[in-house]
Write a protein of this length. Structure first.
Length: 290
């Protein structure tokens, strides 16, 4: 736990380089701050629309691209996909879609960030993924998918409950009867906060400082603050997300005509418990379409 006053990037503040650019005129660790409240974070464009963020995305999340992490995710999804087709919401730079498509399953990818899709299209095997620029709450690419999936906490990119419900309904509309919707998401960690505090450290290392700020507990808004250190320069960004509990996601699934089939703490199917920091949940559409 980090006191709210400990860092300039925290407590509703951002650095002058919040657009994601590398700051070359300041030594690592020096932070200049400007006020930025929750409403400003919510009004700011999604960080993934920034070409600079897209270009450095894979490198800044290297642990998520490890062969072990990717293989476990792909193995889990491929076992549910059958012959497909499969749809990935928020496909990004193709971390999962590309190796999944390489198994022979037809894969569609939807993302509203053209810079992220441009990064995907530069990679080997990109021609195996049918890409669509669009919003995962409304864009429709098929109606007979065996599997729709959404990984790495991306349901939180939808910043209202209404949008998250719409995402579930759109997933159900893509699925054939008996098809499955899979989400990987963090479990809110509010229980770890001492009284009066709102910030938790999620990663403190020589190359990265990451902090989650539970900034609005009424509307369930979390500000994720990150400082990346590369070559003596610091790239700082902050983004707003809506955190959501597994039980709330289960209700969203029910509203969309799906029911919970399984919940695990990891892609390797480790048991989920009250202490699990994240979950992989599987909901199934009714065999008669509802």
């Amino acid at each position: 736990v980090v006191p709210n006053s400990a860092f300039g990037i925290l407590n509703g503040r951002r650095t002058t380089s919040a657009n994601g650019q590398f700051r070359g005129d300041r030594p690592a660790g020096v932070v200049q701050t400007l006020p930025m409240d929750v409403s400003e974070h919510l009004a700011a464009p999604d960080e993934h629309l920034d070409p600079v963020i897209a270009a450095t995305y894979d490198r800044s999340l290297a642990d998520r691209f490890s062969p072990e992490t990717v293989a476990a995710t792909v193995e889990f999804l491929a076992a549910l996909a059958g012959d497909g087709p499969v749809v990935e919401f928020a496909v990004g730079t193709g971390r999962i879609a590309l190796p999944l498509a390489a198994t022979g399953v037809p894969v569609f990818g939807i993302d509203f960030s053209e810079p992220m899709l441009a990064e995907l299209q530069r990679k080997p095997g990109a021609d195996r993924v049918a890409l669509t620029v669009g919003d995962m709450t409304t864009a429709r690419v098929c109606s007979d998918a065996s599997l729709v999936y959404l990984v790495f906490n991306t349901i939180g990119n939808l910043r209202t409950q209404r949008q998250q419900v719409a995402c579930f309904r759109n997933a159900a509309a893509h699925l054939r009867p008996g098809g499955r919707f899979v989400i990987e998401n963090g479990t809110p960690q509010i229980h770890r906060l001492p009284a009066g505090e709102s910030i938790l450290a999620v990663d403190v290392s020589p190359q990265h400082l990451g902090f989650d700020e539970y900034a609005d507990r009424v509307n369930q808004i979390l500000i994720s603050h990150h400082s990346f250190v590369e070559g003596g320069k610091v790239r700082v960004l902050s983004g707003a997300f809506r955190y959501v509990w597994p039980s709330e996601l289960d209700l969203m699934a029910e509203l969309a005509g799906m029911t919970l089939e399984a919940r695990w703490s990891t892609w390797r199917r480790d048991p989920y418990s009250a202490d699990s920091p994240s979950h992989v949940s599987v909901w199934r559409k009714g065999k008669h379409g509802g």
